[in-house]
Design a protein around this ligand. Structure first.
Ligand code: DP6
Length: 366
C-alpha cells in the first residue's frame, strides 16, 4: 500500500533499541468482540470488503506479556508460551505475524522476544480468540516501541495499535477500543477507514449502554472452516456484490438504531446479519453448514420468547454453531431465567458464557 499511514509508520520506524535500554516489557489485557454487522470477505493486506460493527466484551479476554531484549545475533528469536505450554499452531501464526509487521518495527529483527499469552475463555467457544489475542499482542508491541526515547507517547497510539492488530486478524482491529466500534470505510463518515477501527463517537441510546452477551455453547467442536478460508469463499461468491452493498446499508442503519435507542431496528439488523453470514456459507462453493439442530432450536425459542414476553433480545452468530444472545442489562433477571429454564438443555454440558459490553483493553503492570 502506498502513502497514508503505511508511509507514516515506515517513516517513524526505528532500526534498533538503544543498548542502554536492556530489557523492555509490556503487558496488556485485551477483550474479544462480537460483530453485529459482519466482516466476511477481504482484499489483500487485510482490507475488508465491507465495513463491520461490533461491541467489545468484558470477561472474554487475552492477557499477553511481551519481553524484548537485544541479543548478539542478527536473527530474531521467538519464544511463545500459550497458557503455560508450547502450542505450535499458535506459535507459527505469531511468528508469521511478527515477520509481517517487521517493516514497521525493524528494531524487533535483532531481538529475543518472549510472548506469554492466556485466555479467560475456552478455545472454540464461539468467542473470537484471534480478536483478543492479536489486539493484545499489537498493543504490547506498540507499547514496547513507545518506551524507546524519542517516540511519540500518546498521540494516535490506539490508531496505530488498531492498524497493527488488523494485520494479525481483521476483527482484532476493533478490539482496541471499548463500546461499539466500526472498522471499514463508511460512505459519508470521513473518520472511518479500512486500515483501522474507530469507536462510535456519538452516545449510544440508554438500552445500549449495558448490553449483555450470553454465549450459548451448542457445540465446542473445532470449526470446519477457518476465518481465512471463509473470507476466501467470498472471492468468487455469486452474491458477493449484493452482500457488500447490504452490509454498507446495514451498518448505517444499525449505527442510527444504536444512537436513537431503536431496539426494534437493532434486533432486525442483527438477526439479518447472522442469517446472512450463514446463508453466504451455505451458498458458497464449497458450501459449509455450520449450524447444528440445537442452534436452530435455540434461535426459534429466542424469537418465540421475544414475541410472547415482549422482551427486546436478539441473537447473532459467529462462523460456528454457538449462539450469542444479546440483551439490554435491565432485562437480565428475565433473560437469565429464560436461559436456565429453556435454553441450557440445548447447550453442550449446559455451558454458556456470561459476558457484556466493556470499556476496551487495559495496560497491566509489568
Ligand atoms: C465471522 O477477523 O477472524 O467473526 O482477518 O482472517 O483473521 P481474519 O478473520 P477474522 O474474521 C472474523 C469473521 C467474523 C465476523 C466479524 O468478526 O466481523
Amino acid at each position: 500500500m502506498s502513502g497514508g499511514l503505511h508511509q507514516k509508520y515506515l517513516d517513524e520506524s526505528l532500526g534498533e533499541i538503544p543498548e542502554s535500554m536492556g530489557i523492555l516489557k509490556s503487558a496488556w489485557r485485551s477483550p474479544s468482540n462480537i460483530a453485529l454487522v459482519k466482516y466476511w470477505g477481504k482484499k489483500p493486506l487485510q482490507i475488508p470488503a465491507n465495513p463491520s460493527l461490533s461491541f467489545t466484551l468484558t470477561n472474554s479476554y487475552t492477557e499477553t506479556n511481551v519481553t524484548v531484549r537485544q541479543h548478539a545475533g542478527n536473527e530474531q528469536e521467538l519464544e511463545y508460551i500459550f497458557e503455560g505450554g508450547h502450542n505450535e499452531a499458535f506459535e507459527a501464526r505469531i511468528s508469521g505475524y511478527l515477520r509481517n509487521i517487521s517493516t514497521y518495527f525493524p528494531f524487533l529483527t535483532g531481538c529475543k522476544i518472549r510472548i506469554e499469552s492466556r485466555n479467560t475463555f475456552p478455545h472454540s467457544s464461539g468467542i473470537a480468540s484471534s480478536a483478543s489475542s492479536m489486539s493484545a499482542l499489537a498493543l504490547g508491541i506498540c507499547s514496547i516501541e513507545r518506551q524507546i526515547p524519542g517516540r511519540s507517547k500518546d498521540e494516535d497510539f490506539y490508531k496505530k495499535a488498531s492498524y497493527m492488530a488488523r494485520l494479525g486478524s481483521g476483527s482484532a482491529a476493533r478490539s482496541v477500543y471499548g463500546g461499539f466500534v466500526s472498522w471499514g470505510r463508511m460512505e459519508g463518515f470521513e473518520h472511518t477507514s479500512d486500515e483501522f477501527a474507530t469507536p462510535l463517537a456519538e452516545t449510544a441510546g440508554s438500552a445500549f449502554t449495558s448490553l449483555c452477551d450470553a454465549v450459548l455453547i451448542i457445540s465446542p467442536d473445532k470449526k470446519s472452516v477457518s476465518s481465512s478460508q471463509g473470507h476466501a469463499l467470498m472471492d468468487d461468491h455469486p452474491y458477493a456484490s449484493g452482500r457488500y452493498l447490504q452490509a454498507s446499508e446495514n451498518i448505517i442503519s444499525l449505527r442510527s438504531a444504536i444512537i436513537e435507542n431503536d431496539l426494534e431496528s437493532f434486533i432486525q439488523i442483527a438477526e439479518n446479519e447472522a442469517f446472512t453470514l450463514h446463508g453466504l456459507m451455505m451458498s458458497s462453493d464449497p458450501a459449509f453448514l455450520l449450524l447444528k439442530p440445537g442452534t436452530l432450536k435455540v434461535l426459534s425459542r429466542i424469537q418465540q420468547f421475544r414475541k410472547e414476553e415482549g422482551i427486546a433480545l436478539a441473537f447473532t452468530l459467529d462462523a460456528g454453531p454457538n449462539v450469542h444472545l444479546i440483551y439490554p442489562g435491565y432485562e437480565r433477571g428475565k433473560v437469565l431465567a429464560f436461559i436456565r429454564d429453556e435454553l441450557l438443555g440445548f447447550c453442550h454440558q449446559e455451558q454458556w458464557i456470561d459476558d457484556r459490553m466493556g470499556k476496551g483493553p487495559e495496560e497491566l503492570p509489568v
